[in-house]
Design a protein around this ligand. Structure first.
Ligand code: ATP
Length: 315
C-alpha cells in the first residue's frame, strides 16, 4: 500500500486529495493517513493541506530497504531488502534468516565489523563501501554451487562496465573483480545443503564503492578513486540488483553455458601464466579454460590439471 501511495504522489505535480488516492487503491482515507504517517517516519517528506490533500516533497537522503524494494524492476532479486547501517557480516545475517526467507531476499549493510573473505580471511569493510548478500535457492545439485560465483561475478563485472566502459573491470578467478589489476570487489559464496539437495546459497559481495584509499589494503581500489567522484549508492545498487536479476534468471532458465562464455570474455586470468597456491599443492602453468563448475583448467609442464580453489598470482 505504501508503495502504491508513493507512486500516486510521485506521478502528480501538485497535491492529491485523500479521496482520489482512496478511490485509486481502494482503502479508506483514515487508512491512507496511517500510511502517510508511516512513510514520514521512513524519511519521506510529505506535505499535507486541508482540502487539497498530500504532496511528495522529498524522498529520504539515506537509503532504506523499502526505498530500494520500491525502485527496483526485478522478478526475483530484491523483492525484499533488509538494509543495515552496520552488521557483523551480511553473509552471517543472510544465513541466519535464509531458511524462512524467499529466494532473492537481499541483506545490505553500509559497514561490516567482521567482514570475511575466503578461508576466514578478513574483508576490510569500512563505511564508503557497500556489502550485499543474496539468498538464493536454485534447483541444482550441491556440486554445482560454485556456478553461483560465476553468475555473481559476471553480474557485477557487467554492471561496472556498463556504468563506465573505460573502467575495464575484469574477473580474477575464482572470486574477485579487478580494475587495473587491483581488487574492487570480493565474492564469498557459502552453501547450505545435504548430500543431494541444496537448502540455500548465500552469495556475499563486498564492493569498494566510495571507500577512501587509506582504508583499503595496497592491493585494493575503489570506484570513487577510479572515477574521481562519489558514486551514488542507490544508483549502483539499483543497477547491480537489476542486472543480477537478469543474469540469475538466464542461469536458472538456460543453464551455465552462455554465462561461462561471457565470464570468459571478462576474465583477467585466462590465457595468462599463473601460480596457484592450493590447500595442499601449488601449481604453475597456463590458465587455459574453466569447466562448467568454475574449476580452472591449468596446463602445467607435465599435464593438464583442474584446480577447484586456490590463491592465484600472475607469474
Ligand atoms: P587473493 O586476492 O589473495 O587471491 P582471495 O581471493 O582469497 O585472496 P578473499 O578471500 O576474497 O581473497 O579476500 C580476502 C583478501 O582480500 C584479504 O586477504 C586482503 O588481501 C584483500 N582485501 C580485504 N579487504 C579488501 C577490500 N575491501 N578491498 C580489496 N581487497 C581487500
Amino acid at each position: 500500500m505504501k508503495s502504491k501511495i508513493l507512486e500516486i504522489l510521485e506521478k502528480s505535480e501538485g497535491y492529491v486529495s485523500g479521496e482520489v488516492i482512496s478511490k485509486k487503491i481502494g482503502i479508506s482515507r483514515a487508512a491512507i493517513w496511517k500510511h502517510i504517517k508511516k512513510l514520514r517516519e521512513l524519511g519521506y517528506e510529505i506535505g499535507s493541506k486541508t482540502n487539497e490533500g498530500y504532496k511528495l516533497i522529498k524522498t529520504p537522503d539515506f537509503l532504506t530497504g523499502f526505498e530500494l524494494e520500491r525502485i527496483l524492476f526485478t522478478d526475483i532479486i530484491g523483492k525484499k531488502v533488509l538494509f543495515f547501517e552496520e552488521v557483523d557480516s551480511t553473509n552471517n545475517k543472510a544465513k541466519q534468516i535464509a531458511i524462512r526467507e524467499n529466494e532473492g531476499t537481499v541483506v545490505i549493510s553500509e559497514m561490516q565489523t567482521s567482514g570475511r573473505g575466503r578461508r576466514g580471511r578478513e574483508w576490510h569493510s569500512p563505511k564508503g563501501g557497500i556489502y550485499i548478500s543474496f539468498i538464493l535457492k536454485p534447483n541444482i545439485s550441491p556440486e554445482k554451487a560454485p556456478q553461483l560465483t560465476l553468475v555473481s561475478s559476471l553480474a557485477l563485472v557487467e554492471t561496472l562496465n556498463s556504468m563506465d566502459k573505460k573502467l575495464d573491470a575484469r574477473i580474477k578467478w575464482p572470486n574477485d573483480i579487478l580494475i587495473k589489476g587491483k581488487k574492487i570487489s570480493g565474492i564469498l559464496t557459502e552453501l547450505s545443503s545435504d548430500i543431494e539437495k541444496i537448502n540455500h546459497i548465500v552469495v556475499g559481495v563486498g564492493v569498494n564503492l566510495n571507500t577512501e584509499k587509506n582504508a583499503l589494503p595496497e592491493t585494493g581500489i575503489s570506484l570513487k578513486n577510479e572515477i574521481g567522484e562519489n558514486v551514488s549508492t542507490k544508483l549502483f545498487l539499483r543497477q547491480f540488483l537489476e542486472h543480477f536479476d537478469v543474469v540469475y534468471k538466464e542461469y536458472i532458465t538456460n543453464g551455465i553455458d552462455k554465462i561461462i562464455e561471457r565470464w570468459k570474455f571478462n576474465s583477467d586470468t585466462l590465457g595468462k601464466k599463473v601460480k596457484i597456491i592450493g590447500i595442499n599443492e601449488t601449481f604453475e602453468g597456463l590458465a587455459k579454460d574453466i569447466d562448467e563448475n568454475g574449476a580452472l583448467i591449468l596446463k602445467t609442464k607435465e599435464k593438464e590439471v583442474k584446480v577447484y580453489s586456490g590463491d592465484v598470482s600472475l607469474r
